[in-house]
Write a protein that binds this ligand. Structure first.
Ligand SMILES: C[S@@+](CC[C@H](N)C(=O)[O-])C[C@H]1O[C@@H](n2cnc3c(N)ncnc32)[C@H](O)[C@@H]1O
Length: 238
């Protein structure tokens, strides 16, 4: 199995959480050491706690990038009864984590990944890296990569048997725009098709938007143990 890397999500936020955490803990510990004042010591305890929370959140993002995202991909793909003939869409594919994973399940089917390749959302994010990953994975003939915005998909209604998306929709700024993405997913999904959407925020709002668009919500729940970080997945069918 080739050792392909799919990047670290929100690398700037991950780095800042770890650095701020370490900085706050270090400075507070120094003040704590030289202060004999009881009230100041209590305040310091609280500041150290905040620093510790920052640090743990940063480390969780690191653990997700190293292991959790691959476990989350495998979990999402395991929820589909593959025939090999599926047409698959991965929204916000990044470096192709889900697009390539799905392509490996296909015989005659096609796995399409769309993205706008924002570098702040994923380390080393680019269309050429995505192509390289597909090539290394040996599934270049089963994938198609397009520069496309999730809010306005170019695909016809009822095009896909499977729609996947991981850690993409929260990047879309307004709730209204996120709802629009859910409507687009509902539109391009075939009748009896399945959509699985993972995100680090609760997927309750996505589930409501899918239900409003006429899809059946099978589940919307957390998978922290699998992801080693914050992760909710909503599963819907048409
Ligand atoms: C955190 S990364 C996750 C990438 C990939 N799904 C993974 O799990 O490795 C989020 C991805 O969503 C993409 N993205 C953000 N806004 C988007 C939009 N409006 N349309 C399409 N992709 C978008 C970013 O460019 C980035 O590649």
């Amino acid at each position: 199995m080739p050792n392909v890397k799919y990047g670290f999500d929100a690398p700037g936020i991950m780095r800042n959480l770890i650095l701020f955490g370490v900085l706050i803990i270090t400075i507070s510990s120094i003040i704590f050491k030289f202060s004999g004042n009881l009230i100041l010591n209590y305040i310091n305890y609280l500041i150290i706690l905040v620093g510790f929370i920052f640090f743990i959140l940063g480390i969780a993002m690191l653990a997700y990038g190293l292991k959790g995202k691959y476990r989350t991909r495998d979990l999402m793909l395991s929820k589909i009864n593959w025939t090999g003939k599926e047409n698959v869409l991965d929204i916000g594919t990044g470096q192709g984590l889900l697009m390539n994973g799905a392509a490996k399940k296909l015989t005659t089917g096609k796995s399409i990944g769309i993205d706008i390749w924002s570098s702040k959302d994923l380390s080393g994010n680019s269309m050429s890296k995505t192509l390289t990953n597909a090539e290394i994975e040996g599934i270049l003939d089963k994938v198609e990569i397009r520069n496309e915005d999730a809010r306005n998909l170019s695909f016809a209604d009822n095009s896909f048997d499977v729609v996947l998306s991981l850690l993409c929709i929260h990047n879309i700024e307004t709730k209204a725009a996120q709802e629009k993405v859910c409507c687009e997913i509902a539109r391009v999904l075939k009748p009896n098709g399945i959509a699985l959407i993972g995100d680090y925020i609760p997927t309750t709002d996505y589930a409501k938007a899918f239900a409003k668009a006429g899809l059946k919500v099978k589940s919307s729940k957390p998978y922290f143990k699998t992801a080693l970080a914050l992760m909710w997945i909503v599963e819907v069918t048409k």
